[in-house]
Design a protein around this ligand. Structure first.
Ligand SMILES: Cc1cc2nc3c(=O)[nH]c(=O)nc-3n(C[C@H](O)[C@H](O)[C@H](O)COP(=O)(O)OP(=O)(O)OC[C@H]3O[C@@H](n4cnc5c(N)ncnc54)[C@H](O)[C@@H]3O)c2cc1C
Length: 405
């Protein structure tokens, strides 16, 4: 939609093809229905949240930055607000207002929006040794000639929203390499059984450190959630981004439940609780250190009997509690599938796309924008901003192309 807006405002005649009955189906569910549409940070900070191929985005983010996006939405009649972590939302807390702004701008600029129209094939012709876009064939068999085509078909995640990976096929069929695709920003299944007993429990202000192939890949403080299969929540989504693409093998997620307290201080706190515990069981004595539900599974993970008398807890047992509070290891087995993943890692190989136009280096008149490209970011509004920035740049560039074709 943003590509269509920028293309039309640069003077081109634009058609948008959407296979769903309405545009922006995924936008409606972003940010839990509130649409965290960007992050109010500068370009350098933005890059720190893009773990792969961030440099490819320099031109697109300069052309249409998070500040530009916020101003654009305000001008299009959608007031905005900025929350914790510089996350930007529509002031109404309604993702539908972002879609409405995009739709009304498309209408104002005369974009012909064809919903229920599935693109099936992109035709390319070779003239004087140059491969050029000819047009688009729809699923109903109709062929439509175009001077330029922008592929903005999204990734493979949440396929029920329409993102079923068609753009990867268009890219491959027109000669563009596509890198390995895997789910990212998704839950993590664990080898250990104890986390599933804690299903629904969320931990705040904890630190997780992720190791893969014996290398430290991430260390962050925040919130996580236990689920029936393992773990999820903001910290874990970020961990999945680090572990996606086959990195789960030989990996460990280390949980520090008390990041602000040293192990020695915890050792003395455990000692105090055990002394005060009198005739209590170990579990009852040390309960103040954990969320209630976590006490027993935690002590079992420490190799201790939760029901043993506190008075019999040895110094090694106290040390085990203190050190496990600082370092409770969980073993990732696999990532939750595309159907639950917020984004797709991998996509159209950026080496076949010009970062300054989003145009293909192999086929003149063909452009790529959004999640179909091999760029992905952490949560916080970065992924939508990538879609808006690359879309805006592709739209402007495609309009220029259509005038010279
Ligand atoms: C649950 C969830 C929550 C999210 N929340 C956030 C958030 O708060 N902030 C954030 O930054 N990111 C968020 N994301 C990620 C973000 O939504 C995506 O990165 C972004 O939507 C990608 O935009 P896109 O335009 O490239 O693709 P999409 O939004 O997937 O749009 C692609 C469109 O192309 C259409 N299409 C596909 N193939 C064809 C075809 N052959 N013919 C015609 N039409 C076709 C699809 O139907 C779809 O409408 C979230 C994702 C999910 C799943």
């Amino acid at each position: 939609m943003m590509a269509a807006v920028f293309c039309a405002q640069s003077g081109a005649d634009v058609c948008l093809f959407e296979k769903n009955e309405k545009t922006g189906k995924k936008l409606y569910i972003t940010g839990k229905g509130r649409c965290n549409f960007t992050n109010a940070c500068n370009r350098e900070e933005f890059m720190l949240h893009v773990p792969r191929n961030s440099r490819f985005l320099y031109s697109a983010l300069s052309f249409f930055s998070p500040d530009d996006m916020m101003a654009w939405l305000e001008n299009a009649g959608c007031p905005i607000k900025i929350e914790r972590g510089r996350r930007a939302f529509p002031r109404s807390d309604k993702a539908s207002d972002v879609t409405k702004a995009l739709c009304s701008e498309m209408a104002r600029l005369g974009v012909s929006v064809r919903t229920g129209s599935e693109a099936a094939d992109i035709s390319v012709a070779c003239e004087d040794g140059v491969r050029r876009v000819r047009g688009l064939t729809l699923k109903n068999g109709a062929f439509l000639p175009f001077d330029a085509i922008i592929v903005a078909t999204g990734g493979l995640s949440y396929p029920s929203t329409g993102s079923t990976g068609d753009g990867y096929r268009f890219a491959r069929e027109t000669g563009h390499p596509v890198t390995d695709l895997s789910p990212s920003l998704t839950g993590i299944e664990l080898k250990e059984a104890w986390p599933s007993q804690l299903q629904g429990l969320s931990l705040k202000n904890v630190r997780i450190t992720v190791y893969a192939g014996r290398k430290k890949r991430m260390s962050e403080t925040g919130e996580m959630l236990f689920t029936h299969y393992g773990v999820s929540g903001p910290l874990i989504l970020e961990a999945s981004s680090v572990l996606s693409g086959g990195n789960t093998e030989d990996s460990v997620i280390s949980l520090d439940m008390k990041p602000a307290v040293s192990e020695e201080k915890l050792m003395s706190d455990v000692g105090d609780l055990i002394r005060l515990g009198g005739a209590k069981t170990v579990a009852n004595a040390v309960m103040p250190l954990f969320p209630r539900r976590m006490t027993e599974p935690f002590l079992i993970a420490c190799g201790l009997d939760p029901h043993a008398p506190a008075s019999q807890l040895s110094s090694a047992g106290r040390r085990a509690i203190a050190s496990t509070l600082k370092k409770l290891d969980m073993t990732p087995v696999s990532l939750r599938p595309f159907g639950e993943a917020i984004i797709t890692r991998g996509g159209v190989d950026i080496r076949s796309v010009s970062p300054s136009t989003m145009g293909s280096r192999l086929v003149s008149g063909l452009y790529f924008a959004g999640e179909v490209l091999d760029v992905d970011a952490f949560t916080g509004g970065y992924n939508l901003q990538i879609a808006f920035s690359t879309g805006a740049l592709a739209g402007k560039s495609a309009a220029l192309q259509s005038f010279t074709a």
